[in-house]
Design a protein around this ligand. Structure first.
Ligand SMILES: Nc1ncnc2c1ncn2[C@@H]1O[C@H](COP(=O)(O)OP(=O)(O)OP(=O)(O)O)[C@@H](O)[C@H]1O
Ligand code: SF4
Ligand SMILES: [Mg+2]
Length: 371
């Protein structure tokens, strides 16, 4: 049992490997932002759980709410113009009921996040060794000297060459891949039980991407950590996640163990994401199957199924009423579709997709639709 002191009270956490039931329980989380144009419903009723030592992939196109969901779990949302509801329980503690003081005891120590953009997440004017040491001093009570030498060992463990020298470097002196390794070292410094990795390899070439993800998986195994791997690329989580959640327009539209998701896909959106994964066998120069159209505006999402304006199988019923998240057969496979695929095929004939449907304003920064 570990005790973390926060002001007048002490938060107690069990040791890794002793958790009974799920480590993380996310229940009906909604997060919206008040903007001049209206309320953006970025995360709209998301529930799931994660067990110790397991990897959950969260996948969806750009703007589907993945980062807002990750930040809602951490309690790292902007201080103003946010409306949130639902609960997040981690290791028996309700994070959504904690104030910032308590949350600071949990961040880094028990629950940590690898951010989407290491250049903005790292402090540009502090040496990387100092940034790692700060967390060790705060959470593990190390003195400066011990924290300094532990920072060198952590950099070594994430594959940074000559860590005794690099510990004195600033973030801008490192390559993108090295900065991402530093982010992992910081996230893992205090041996957290759950790491949220938000697009930890976006912008890196495929070889470095594989190295970073392998490193994360190796450290996860050694420490029995749970990992939530957030990505717009289903290919990234295909061989790494135990379970996958597919998000569309702020909602979960399919959830299943990874093998089931790939071999018994129910939701046409999930199928479209799969079809947009580049395949090694494709000759170079082959165009990828981008998903037609763009995700909906989260201020005024369409009635019924939010994917209907882009779905080749949409029927009147899809536009009129929203499909609930449901299951047929296996209880761990959930999907939200009125006309689910059967053996990979639709039971209704395809119809041409009209691209004049309302879509999210402005360019989308990344995601399968950009492929
Ligand atoms: N602070 C904010 N104020 C208003 N809207 C926001 C804010 N933060 C996020 N959003 C909106 O919430 C929606 C979900 O954004 P989010 O960053 O979670 O998407 P994402 O799935 O992580 O996309 P990407 O793959 O590009 O990282 C988007 O429409 C985004 O514009
Ligand atoms: S509910 Fe209808 S529109 Fe939505 S994914 Fe299923 S078939 Fe397509
Ligand atoms: Mg994001």
């Amino acid at each position: 049992m570990k005790a973390r002191r926060s002001g007048g009270r002490t938060l107690e956490f069990k040791d890794a490997g002793t958790q009974v039931g799920p480590l993380l329980v996310v229940d009906d989380v909604h997060t919206s932002f008040r903007t001049a144009r209206g309320t953006v419903r970025a995360v709209d009723g998301v529930s799931f759980d994660v067990h110790e030592g397991k990897t959950l992939g969260i996948v969806g196109e750009s703007g589907s709410g993945k980062t807002v969901l990750a930040r809602s779990i951490m309690g790292l949302l902007p201080p103003r113009d946010v409306i949130r509801s639902g609960t997040v329980r981690f290791a028996g503690h309700e994070l959504t009921a904690m104030d910032d003081k308590d949350l600071r005891q949990v961040w880094g120590a028990e629950l940590s996040m690898i951010f989407q953009d290491p250049m903005t997440a790292l402090n540009p004017v502090k040496r990387i060794g100092v940034q790692i040491a700060e967390s060790l001093i705060l959470h593990l009570g190390m003195d400066k000297k011990e924290a300094g030498s532990t920072a060198v060992e952590l950099l070594r463990s994430v594959g940074i060459p000559s860590p005794e020298d690099r510990v004195k470097w600033y973030p801008f002196q490192l390559s993108g891949g090295m900065r991402q390794r530093v982010m992992i070292a910081i996230a893992l410094a205090c041996a957290p039980r759950l790491v949220l990795a938000d697009e930890p390899t976006t912008g890196l070439d495929v070889t470095v991407q594989a190295q970073i993800l392998d490193l994360l998986a190796e450290l996860q195994r050694e420490r029995h950590m749970a990992v939530i791997l957030v990505t717009h690329d289903l290919g990234v989580v295909a061989s790494r996640a135990d379970d996958i959640i597919v998000m569309y327009a702020g909602r979960v539209v399919e959830r299943a163990p990874t093998h089931t998701l790939f071999h018994d896909t129910k939701m046409p959106y999930t199928r479209a994401l799969m079809d947009s994964i580049p395949r090694l066998a494709d000759p170079s120069g082959v165009r990828l199957n981008a998903i037609a159209g763009r995700p909906p505006d989260l201020i005024n999402p369409p009635d019924g199924c939010r994917f209907a304006p882009r779905c080749p199988y949409a029927q009147d019923k899809c536009r009129e009423s929203e499909p609930p998240l449901r299951t047929v057969g296996s209880a761990d496979h959930l999907f939200a579709c009125w006309f689910p695929l059967v053996d990979g095929e639709s039971t209704v004939p395809p119809v041409p997709v009209s691209l004049s449907a309302p879509v999210a304003p402005g360019p989308q920064s990344s995601g399968a639709s950009d492929a």
